[in-house]
Design a protein around this ligand. Structure first.
Ligand code: PMP
Length: 314
């Protein structure tokens, strides 16, 4: 069922009523997962009367790279896709936090397992959106029995539809077991990331996160958080492999991503992390993150694209 608050989609290079954004059951991507997608957030700032989209140019650079991995030629640039989003959000008229979903897919009506010689289509839609995880101030997570998709199986740094079967399996298994989210290991036993977010531990005042070669999605929030930790909070950040046992003895753990934002992890399986609440570094980072995304920190305004005041530029 369509969220009744979503009235429009960008589809066939135009804004159309959401009811007209439909595809055939013969669509290639439905059969083989040959799609790529993105996920962005818009943050409402009531005192500025403005909706800010967080780092759309970076999101769309990654989106177009994911498309490139699947040999999709989309007639767009990060800037033109950002313009699509601002036009779409103006049509929706949202005055609250929202989520934006761009999706490109192999649209040919044909069977055949391949990624070449196929047409591609693009759609974007948005919806009002609040928290993704209920316990953002102290999530309870568990290691999944499923391993993270390896880059030589499906490109892990691409946001590729088919690869999300892997994320969905990990997430569902731990959620049905009562946890908030899944931590996922690589085949070599090191930590990769959460099922749909990046992962950090804090040990002795140093923030540590698996490197981009650990089958992680190259998260836009991950990169933002690394900069905020280093430049604003004076917390050193190290990108290196993380062992499972380091997680259990970490002073703090948190996950980050567009959906989860900055989410403290207070418990991993049956073990408290640190004192079992939100750690000091996570709290400071989280507070700063929410100020930045709402446009309240001038130094980071360049990360944001305003929806309503950009209208004059056409
Ligand atoms: N890893 C995975 C598997 C994800 O789906 C996401 C959400 N896009 C992230 C990490 C976080 O990425 P970002 O900060 O760009 O949202």
């Amino acid at each position: 069922m369509t969220d009744p608050r979503t009235r429009y989609a960008w589809f066939n290079e135009a804004i159309v009523p959401i009811e007209q954004a439909h595809v055939s059951v013969m669509t290639h991507a439905l059969h083989y997962g040959t799609s790529v997608f993105g996920g962005l957030r818009g943050y409402w700032n009531a005192s500025d009367d403005e909706l800010f989209v967080f780092r759309p140019l970076d999101h769309f650079k990654r989106f177009l790279q994911s498309a490139q991995l699947l040999r999709m030629a989309l007639p767009h640039t990060p800037q033109s896709l950002t313009d699509v989003v601002t036009a779409l959000l103006r049509a929706e008229g949202f005055r609250e936090n929202c989520y934006i979903r761009p999706l490109a897919f192999k649209s040919s009506h044909t069977v055949g397992v391949k990624v070449h010689d196929l047409d591609s289509a693009l759609t974007v839609f948005a919806m009002p959106f609040g928290s993704y995880i209920a316990n953002e101030e102290g999530a309870h997570v568990a290691f999944s029995a499923w391993r993270r998709v390896e880059d030589n199986v499906i490109p892990a740094r691409g946001k590729i539809g088919g690869a999300y079967v892997n994320s969905a399996m990990s997430s569902t298994d731990v959620r049905l077991a009562g946890y908030d989210e899944a931590l996922v290991l690589n085949e070599d036993g090191h930590v990769s990331e959460m099922s749909s977010a990046n992962f950090f531990i804090v040990r002795d005042g140093v923030a540590i996160t698996p490197p981009v070669t650990s089958n992680v999605l190259e998260g836009i929030v991950r990169r933002s958080v690394i900069q905020l930790l280093r430049d604003e909070l004076g917390v050193p950040v190290v990108e290196r492999e993380v062992d499972r046992s380091e997680v259990y003895i970490a002073d703090e753990c948190f996950m980050c991503g567009t959906g989860v934002q900055v989410c403290a992890i207070s418990k991993v399986e049956h073990r408290d992390i640190g004192a079992g609440g939100m750690g000091d570094v996570t709290r400071r980072l989280r507070d700063l993150f929410f100020e930045v995304v709402a446009g309240k920190v001038p130094r980071y305004r360049s990360w944001l694209v305003p929806v309503y005041s950009s209208a004059a530029k056409g």
